[in-house]
Design a protein around this ligand. Structure first.
Ligand code: PMP
Length: 316
């Protein structure tokens, strides 16, 4: 991890090493945290956070699902995210990690509504998530023996700390077996998503991706890719995807804040298409990365300036 100077912790910027919590913090025991990951890109008009407001909205949605009362407004969280980037002098390749979690107080499973909720925001430099060259050459993936949480068990739409026990098992198994990423199936055996990214496949020129009901996190990159695909006049369908469709796809790619748009070159050692980045994947990457070098016009207001820091104090 590339340490920076300051972390925003409950309304104040504190030195990186001093952003600490008590061992009886509720979230440490029960996974009762909600978090986000946001990328900052260098663009011709300066540093921009990609869809910061959408990420903050999802943070509040996740908190609402879990009844975690964040003691700040969305605008305050947005401002604090920008402040952390600016004050740490981060520009291109920065990753922002806001987290809100049940803090130290009651260790019971049904804490009172006024139980302390801590909010921290760190930012650091982060390059290509799935390894250098992955964006062009693609990655080898496997279908995991671990499935995603079933509907009405742990809510998949919330980006909560506890959900990542599942992602960690999928990732460790993939790594141990020599793959760069694992794909989890949903409880019904259809395709869900990768450990930390959404999945798309292409067959006969049509793009398919699992529906929100397939126990996925509805990614912000997923949404962006769907908008860009439609903008390019491509057909895109959200539907249940049988596992074996992965083996006969012409192209597969993963999307996420960390993964960006990463091609998949094999699944369970079966080569995807020609084993190289497919044409539709390349066109979508072009449109996506074009947002950051000015080739794609940002008609959706996705690139948000980060250089307007505002100092916030925690509400009483
Ligand atoms: N699914 C999971 C489980 C994830 O952790 C992520 C990364 N946040 C995604 C999908 C992709 O979401 P996003 O595009 O919003 O980063």
């Amino acid at each position: 991890m590339n340490k920076t100077d300051l972390i925003w912790h409950n309304g104040k910027l504190v030195p990186w090493d001093q952003a600490q919590v008590h061992v009886l913090t509720h979230a440490l025991h029960y996974g009762s945290s909600v978090f986000e990951g946001i990328r900052v890109y260098a663009t011709p008009s300066g540093s921009r956070a990609f869809r910061l407001r959408a990420h903050t909205r999802r943070l509040f949605d996740s908190a609402k699902i879990h009844r975690i009362n964040i003691p700040y407004s969305a605008a305050e969280i947005d401002a604090a995210c920008r402040e952390v980037v600016v004050r740490n002098k981060l520009t291109d390749g920065a990753y922002i990690r806001p987290i809100a979690f049940r803090g130290y107080g009651d260790i019971g499973l049904a804490p009172p509504d006024d139980h302390p909720v801590d909010v921290s925001i760190a930012a650091w430099e982060w390059g290509t998530y799935l390894g250098a060259g992955a964006l062009e050459a693609g990655v080898d993936v496997c279908v995991s023996s671990w499935q995603r949480v079933a509907p009405n068990t742990i809510p998949a739409l919330a980006k909560a700390g506890g959900n990542y026990l599942s992602s960690t098992l999928v990732s460790l198994e993939a790594r141990d077996n020599g793959f760069q990423e694992g794909i989890a199936l949903a409880a019904d055996g259809t395709v869900s998503e990768a450990a930390s990214a959404n999945l798309f496949l292409v067959r006969d020129g049509i793009i398919y991706t699992p529906h929100a009901t397939a126990s996925i996190l509805t990614g912000i990159t997923r949404d962006s890719v769907m908008v860009l695909a439609r903008d390019l006049g491509l057909d895109i369908v959200e539907q249940a995807i049988p596992r074996e469709m992965l083996y006969i796809a012409d192209e597969i790619f993963l999307t996420g804040t960390a993964a960006e748009i990463t091609p998949v070159k094999s699944v369970d050692r079966r080569v995807v298409g020609a084993g190289t980045r497919g044409e539709i994947t390349r066109r979508l990457q072009d449109a996506f990365f074009g947002l950051f070098d000015g080739r794609t016009e940002d008609r959706w207001d996705w690139l948000e300036p980060i250089d307007e820091p505002v100092r916030i104090e925690k509400r009483a």
